[in-house]
Design a protein around this ligand. Structure first.
Ligand SMILES: Nc1ncnc2c1ncn2[C@@H]1O[C@H](COP(=O)(O)OP(=O)(O)OP(=O)(O)O)[C@@H](O)[C@H]1O
Ligand SMILES: [Mg+2]
Length: 254
């Protein structure tokens, strides 16, 4: 009798295994978008929260505050609340103007900082992806922390992103870090949707974001001015962007 054929299978590496597991949790969400910059303080949270409000006018949007140790989404929306679990054990997002949000800012107050190392940050991010009730969500946005390691790396590797938006101010240091963020996307195989120039105007200049997009060979999405009115409206949790910018953001995701 011939011996049965046996072909040994290579075990999958842990990152691929985790990526496939998380994909099961969000496979019903067609768009998963990271808002990345490399640089801190250039308006990632501002763009992510305003993008979410823009899209929530016509679809159901989820927002993961991936800045797990210094979360700013609750303050950006001027919302205070506490995350709860459903009876079936799902994390129930906080809803602001149709945007379903999870953030560690809804778990702990700023007087009690979250002091954790990379592996725990990774776990928080994956729990947000996997354990939240994302029912009906059509676009899931990730507000990245600064840098090109830890959580941005986890998100790029296992969050099954359909693309990232790069935010930069027109200043040299921001452009340099935006290039790092773009290089990270290329190395991890994540599509760059385009570049948003933020805080444009007299103080920091205008046009460098467009130049960066040309240099990277990706679309330039929009330029948002540095503006007191914009900031004040946004800080009330309202949609502050001009109709033109809203359209340019929606078009880049169409
Ligand atoms: N176009 C703008 N005009 C005026 N103020 C702005 C603009 N964009 C962002 N801001 C303000 O600048 C500050 C920093 O923005 P934000 O928190 O979004 O940056 P960030 O890149 O997310 O920072 P971090 O790296 O800490 O996460 C916030 O107070 C925000 O309201
Ligand atoms: Mg932020």
């Amino acid at each position: 009798m011939p011996l049965p054929q046996f072909t040994p299978q290579e075990p999958k590496d842990p990152i691929t295994q985790e990526k496939e597991r998380l994909e099961q949790a969000i496979k019903h969400i067609p768009q998963r978008i990271g808002v990345h910059a490399g640089k801190g303080g250039v308006g990632k949270t501002f763009v992510a929260t305003q993008l979410a409000l823009t899209l929530a006018q016509t679809r159901t949007v989820g927002l993961i505050d991936a800045d797990v140790d210094c979360p700013n989404v609750p303050v950006a929306y001027n919302v205070q609340d506490e995350l709860r679990f459903s009876e079936s054990g799902k994390l129930m997002p906080i809803i602001h103007k149709g945007v379903k949000i999870v953030s560690t800012g809804f778990m702990q107050d700023p007087d009690n900082p979250i002091i954790i190392r990379g592996p725990i940050k990774h776990r928080l991010l994956t729990d947000f992806i996997e354990k939240t009730d994302w029912k009906d969500v059509e676009t899931l946005i990730f507000d990245f922390p600064p840098g090109t390691s830890d959580v941005p790396l986890s998100a790029m590797q296992v969050a099954n992103l359909t693309g990232i938006i790069i935010v930069t101010t027109p200043q040299k240091s921001s452009l340099q870090d935006a290039k790092r963020a773009a290089g990270m996307a290329t190395k991890t195989g994540v599509r760059i949707i385009g570049v948003v120039e933020n805080m444009a105007g007299e103080i920091f200049g205008t046009g460098a974001g467009k130049q960066l997009a040309q240099e990277l060979g990706v679309p330039f999405i929009t330029s948002i001015p540095l503006s007191k009115e914009l900031r004040e409206t946004a800080e009330q949790g309202e949609l502050a962007l001009s109709k033109k910018t809203q359209k340019e953001l929606m078009d880049c995701l169409a």
